[in-house]
Each structure stands twice: as C-alpha cells, then as structure tokens.
Design a protein around this ligand. Sequence first.
Ligand code: G6P
Length: 471
Amino acid sequence: MTYPLVVVANRLPVDLSTEPDGSTSWRRSPGGLVSAMEPVMQGAEGAWVGWPGSPGPAPAPFDADGMHLVPIGLSEEEVADFYEGFSNDTLWPLSHDVISPPVYHRHWWDAYRRVNRRFAEAAAAQVAPGGTAWVHDYQLQLVPAMLRELRPDVRIGYFHHIPFPPLELFAQLPWRTQVIHGLLGADLIGFQRSGDASNFLRVTRRWTDLAVRGGTVSMPDGRSIRVGSFPISIDSRRFDELARSPWLRARAAEIRADLGDPEVLLLGVDRLDYTKGIRHRIKAVGELFDEGRLDVPGAAFVQVASPSRENVEAYQQLREEVEVLVGRINGEHGRIGSQPIHYLHHSYPPEEMVALYSAADVMLVTSLRDGMNLVAKEFVAACVDDRGVLVLSEFTGAADELSGALLVNPHDIDGLKSAIERAVTMAPREVRSRMRRLRRRVLTDDVAKWSTGFLEALAGTAVQPAFARDA
Ligand code: G6P
C-alpha cells in the first residue's frame, strides 16, 4: 500500500524504549518537530518515515494513533556518526550561531549521506504515484534531491525547523554546496523566519550558478523552486482545553502547594541544550536571590531540563555546569523545606507540562538562538485565565510573532534581571492585556493553519516539467 502524503523526519513520533527487564514499549519522542507534526498527521491519511530513537534493526511498520509508522533502523555506528556526529555536533551548532564549536569529520559526512539515502529509499517506497512527500529538518537535507532522483513524479516539500545559518557561518561547512543541492531537490523549501529564507537564498546565489529571483530559484531542468517562511505553531486548542479541565487545574494547585505556595512561581522548560540559554537564565535568577530582589520562600523557580543527546560531549558539559550552578544557588539560599531552584532533569507527559504552565506566574524562554520555540506558544495557550507573563528571548523565531511578551537579550544579564523583576511585579491589568494579545495570536495561528498553508503552497508549485514530458 502507498500513501498520498508521506512525512519523512529523523524521528518517529514515538521512541522504542527498552526496559531494564528487556521488554520494550513505545514512548512519545522529544522535541518541537514531533509536537507540531503529530496533530497534523493524526488527521491525515499518511505515512511517517523515521528512526525509532535507539540503535538496532528497524521494527516492522505499524499503525498507531491513526498514523502509519515506518521505522528506519540505524546501527550503533550510524547513531554515533550520523545522529550524534554530523547532525548534532556539526549541523546543530553551525545552525545556532556556533554557540558550541561545530566539529567537521569526513566519516560523519559519509554516514550522513548514507543514512539520508536510506530515508529517501524508504520514502520512495511509501508514497503513492503523483503523491506528496514532506521532508523535515536538518538531519535530512540531502533527502529531497535523492528522493527526486528515485521518484520524479512526487511533489516534494522540505521544512527546516531550526535556524538557517548566515552565509559567513555556513561558509565553514566543507560540504556546503552538496547540502544546498540536496535541498534544491524540493519544490518548496520552508523556513521559520524570513531571515532564514534570505540566508538560504544568499548561500544559493553565492555557491551555485543558479538564477535566484525574489523567493524563487530556477533550475537548469526548468524547475522553479519556491523558498519562503512558514512560522510553525502548536495545537493551541488542545493546550487550551487541557488547561481548562478541572483535574488539571487541581494538579496545578497541587504543584504550587508542594512548592510551599510561593507568591511567585517562575518556570523554565527546555531540552537540556546549550542553545536554550539555561545557564544565563539561572545566573540571572541566582543574582536576583543574591541581591534580595527575589527571596525564599516568596519566590520559587522550577527548571525542567529534559535529557537530550546525552552522548554528545557539549551536552554532558552543559549538564555539569547547570548542576553546579543550581547546587551553588540552592546551597546559599535554601532552607530546610524550601529552596529557590527546583531543577528537574526529566521529561514529562504533555498533561503535566500544562499543569506546570498553568501553575506558573512567569515563563522564562531565554534561548541564545532558537528556530521557533514552541514552549513559549504552549505556555500562552495554557494561560486560560490571562494570568502569566512571558519573558522571551529576541533570538527565537517566536519573538517575531509574539508581541505581548517581554523581549530580552539573554546575553545581557542585567537586562534579563530587570525583565524578570518587571515580570514579577507587573500590575495585573498589564499582565492581562499582554496575555490577551498573545493568546489571540497563538490561538489563531495554530499548527493546522501552518500545515495547511505549507501544503497549499506546495500544491500550488508547478508540476515538474521533466516529469510532465516523460508522463
Ligand atoms: C529540535 C529539532 C528536531 C529534533 C528535536 C529533538 O526540535 O528541530 O529535529 O527531533 O529537537 O532532538 P533529538 O535529537 O532528540 O531528536
């Protein structure tokens, strides 16, 4: 059986996890891509091609939650070279302002090409004649061109969930031209922000001979490729409805009570990633406690840092630094029964996240660079009683859309401290009016609107001339 719509992403929406007794179970995968795409695919007749999150041979395809899931197997060596290496130690830091230095290894690149081909072959086998393939994110930038070679009849869309680096940084990548040509296999290339789309068009102009006019790249075979921005969102109604449910409100009250009913509850929720500015945020909060501008037990800060990419050295180092910092602040300001920072190195189901969002007064999103940041949007969607202030980094895609947030430069620790203090002391009227503005935006521009917009733009791209001639 083949499918009219096939999503191709590095991860499946569920991870195969092995319990200590050897039994296996499927759990929700981490990250913004999966939370955005899951509701889109649940309503579509489609297949999802992706990796189940641990090394080993691929389990057989299966159906779950109204989706047909097609697992791709990665060996241990491929996990090390393709996933931890090229994807997350080369492309990820390169795309996030080289916050951590990118590492360039030729054997990682070989694995990247090999694994991208495997994904392209699996997608080619799933998509119906004349169907649509929607390829996602930086781990699979060669798939569009590889898939086009195998299936010229298929309409191919590509969406880049993370920032696209400026030319001056992308220039470092030894395989920059191959990556550009990989992406140009698509009919439509979508980015989070118009700045990302311009960066891509600039590198295409610089490292290819192709004609680039406005947001269109013309290929020698007559194809025109559209490049544009499509800011991603969340299933806002789901978060809104969950936050209104009585049991969740009760859970939110319970969380506050367990924290000793502080007057102010500050919250941070991130994958434990150096792009998220977690250290900057903790430093700022710590100094506010040092200076008595926040006090225990009047204020509490909950930081959820879900485990991520734990075999990559930069992530191990970050974990150490964060934990030392939290330990110092709690050691200095904690008392028996109450401490300033509640650091949770776990991931939680969406229901518990909504309870935390509902319980919080101030949400701190201080990324040093972030494609969009869906946590900011989830918080807003969960603030059903218009209570809650969002402190948001200028370096997120979300900052382009979410006027109503208090925008901050996370590198400016004093500015960050002032913004946190302002959020904590903001008059209820201003809190309400800002949150209403934010909610209007997040509830209107939801993920269904995003995916429809992308797929309609893709459907509007011309039928491939080369294939039209053959057909
Ligand atoms: C970001 C990326 C996704 C990725 C997710 C989780 O949201 O854009 O492509 O899946 O992080 O990271 P992981 O390495 O665990 O898949």
